[in-house]
Structure formats: structure tokens, C-alpha cells
Design a binder for this molecule. Structure first.
Ligand code: SF4
Length: 337
């Protein structure tokens, strides 16, 4: 799947925030990854690791004190160097469909779902005329499995699941080649999490019927169960850097993650070892010169004072060679090997 030409190609993406007093916060550093048509890449990591900043960079929604470097090419356009007019007219909604973190906040509270869908259809598609727009809005709702008899409801009259579907329907209207889902399962119970990610998966597996272009999905999440359920590949972010990029099956199964931080994330899950990673992530404004995970890592030695290069999908001087079965059972021999 990853051999297909990428829909999104990110190379050396970095984001720095310039703070009062000249301080710089390294929110994202040197991110490299592709997302192919028909593929879901899940970008995972703890809160504050930089993954939502990366999403904002792709959408041109960073605050004014942000500086970016590198490139993120989508549809022949570098999203990082595009001007605001291009981002507003070409990127948001048309090249990138955003499935938001909080659908209730994303939807306009005083307008019905139908009216918001019709407005988006009129803005993003070539459909004209009242009947055509109405029909296209109904079709968009159906694609997200939003029930037609709820179209005239306001957001506050919807359950969490239906609000999520309404937001997904809006994200799908422009038929964007990339869906960007930013923490789409936050605040949902487990059944709804499964349902939401299954629906997202459906939109890349069966984008819109025969003849429609394939979509790619970049899902940003701290929910590893959701990532395991939906992703083809996993990118793990720590302190602003992608420290591991792996096939999801190998990552969650065998041989398991190879970066000690990734291994720690899995071992912290209640249905695995339930052992938290000791310590806290470093401040993004005060990162060490070497590996940012060193203070929490039981494999650290003197070599880790030098920044580890990314090799074979993992940025670590001493990657874990263990097996998935050991990781599932939470044994630590492999970590110390
Ligand atoms: S480079 Fe060193 S400190 Fe960093 S994760 Fe690897 S072993 Fe641990």
C-alpha cells in the first residue's frame, strides 16, 4: 500500500514558536512521512507532543508567532508555503477535509445540520440551484450515515455520535483527497469510538463509489486502541519528533514497537502490562541536545547524548529487538536486552 504514490508527502516539517524574550519552542522538528491513497496513517503520542501543531501546520492554521520549515506537498501544492487565500480557497475543505476534535464546537449551534450542509455544498462544489444543493446535502449526510430525519435538527439536539457524523459529512462534502481527523474519538465511549473509526475507515476503503478518487486518512490521536483498529501505519511522536514509523500490524502485534518510548506507550495500556512510562516529557522550549527520551529510558547510555538518526523507521541508538508476544505480556527482558 505504501508503494502507491503519496497523496500527502511531508519532508522536514518543523514548527517553531517565537515567544516573548526571544525564546523558541520547538513544537515539531524534521517530520518526514507520506500518506498514500487508500491508506490510514495514525500519528500517535502523548498530549503536547506536537501532533496537533503538525495538523494545524498542514491546514495553515498556526498562530502568527509560528515559523515553519520543510514542505508538505498535497495535490502539487506545498501547504507550508501557500498563502492564506490559496489555503482558504483551495486547501481547507477541497484538498483537506477536517474531521474535528470536538464536533459540537465545530458545528454552528444556531443552524440546522441541513442548512450547514447546504451552505458547504454551495461553497465547495459546483452544484447550483436549490434542488441540486438540497439533494447534494442529503447525499453528503448519507455518506456519513447521518439519518435524513435528523437533518432539520440543531447541533444541541444531536447525540455525540450523530454530531460526529454531521461533522464527518461536512468534511466529506468537498471530496478532498486527504481526510485529516484530529483526535476524532475524544470524549466518546468505547462503542462510539469503534463506530467512529470504522466509519472513517469506510471513507478511505470505499470513498464514494466507482469512478471516485481514492482518499488518504491522517488520524491524529492519543487513543492507541482506535489507532490499532483503523491504521495501516503508525507514526509515533515524542517531544516534537517522529521517533518511529511502522506498519500497524507489526507495531501492535509482532515484532512490536522498536523505539523504547513506543514500547512504553503500549505497555502502559490497561489491557497490556499497565505499567506507566516513568517521568514526564521534556519542555518543548528546553529540549536536550541528544535524545529527548533519555531521562525516561531504561536503555539510555552515553551515546544517547547525541541525537539518534532515524534508521529503518526508528530514531534510537538502541532500538528494542523484542517480540510482540513479550510486549503484549508486559515482560521487560526484551527492553533490557
Ligand atoms: S536513543 Fe537512547 S535514550 Fe533515546 S530512546 Fe534510544 S536508547 Fe533510549
Amino acid at each position: 500500500m505504501t508503494e502507491r504514490s503519496p497523496v500527502l508527502s511531508v519532508r522536514g516539517l518543523s514548527v517553531r514558536f517565537l515567544m516573548p524574550g526571544g525564546r523558541r519552542v520547538a513544537a515539531v522538528t524534521d517530520a518526514h512521512f507520506d500518506v498514500a491513497a487508500g491508506e490510514c496513517l495514525a500519528l500517535i503520542g502523548e498530549s503536547g507532543c506536537g501532533k496537533s501543531v503538525l495538523a494545524s501546520a498542514l491546514l495553515g492554521l498556526l498562530p502568527g508567532n509560528a515559523e515553519t520549515a520543510g514542505e508538505a506537498v498535497l495535490g502539487g501544492l506545498d501547504l507550508l508555503s501557500a498563502d492564506e487565500r490559496t489555503l482558504a480557497r483551495t486547501v481547507r475543505g477541497r484538498l483537506v477535509g477536517l474531521v474535528p476534535q470536538s464536533p459540537a464546537a465545530h458545528l454552528t449551534p444556531v443552524r440546522t445540520v441541513r442548512s450547514q450542509l447546504e451552505e458547504t455544498v454551495a461553497a465547495l462544489t459546483g452544484v447550483r440551484g436549490r434542488a441540486g444543493v438540497r439533494s447534494a446535502a442529503r447525499a453528503a449526510a448519507a455518506r456519513a450515515a447521518f439519518p435524513p430525519d435528523h437533518l432539520d435538527r440543531h447541533p444541541h439536539e444531536l447525540s455525540g455520535g450523530l454530531a460526529q457524523r454531521a461533522a464527518t459529512a461536512l468534511a466529506l462534502v468537498g471530496d478532498a483527497p486527504l481526510l485529516l481527523a484530529d483526535e476524532p474519538t475524544t470524549g466518546l465511549d468505547r462503542d462510539l469510538v469503534d463506530h467512529t473509526v470504522d466509519e472513517l475507515r469506510r471513507h478511505i476503503d470505499h470513498p464514494g463509489g466507482p469512478g471516485t478518487a481514492e482518499r488518504a486518512l491522517l488520524m491524529i490521536t492519543h487513543d492507541l486502541a482506535a489507532a490499532e483498529r483503523i491504521a495501516d501505519r503508525i507514526a509515533v511522536m515524542y517531544a516534537g519528533r517522529i521517533v518511529e514509523l511502522a506498519d500497524a500490524e507489526a507495531f501492535f502485534g509482532s515484532p512490536g514497537p522498536r523505539h523504547p518510548y513506543s514500547r512504553g506507550l503500549l505497555q502502559a495500556l490497561p489491557d497490556r502490562a499497565f505499567i506507566p512510562i516513568p517521568g514526564l516529557p521534556p519542555e518543548l522550549g528546553d529540549l536536550p541536545d541528544g535524545c529527548a527520551f533519555a531521562a525516561r529510558c531504561d536503555r539510555a547510555d552515553d551515546t544517547c547524548a547525541v541525537l539518534p538518526p532515524a534508521a529503518d523507521g526508528v530514531a534510537c541508538h538502541h532500538p528494542v529487538p523484542g517480540t510482540g508476544e513479550e510486549a503484549r505480556q508486559g515482560t521487560s527482558e526484551d527492553v533490557r536486552a
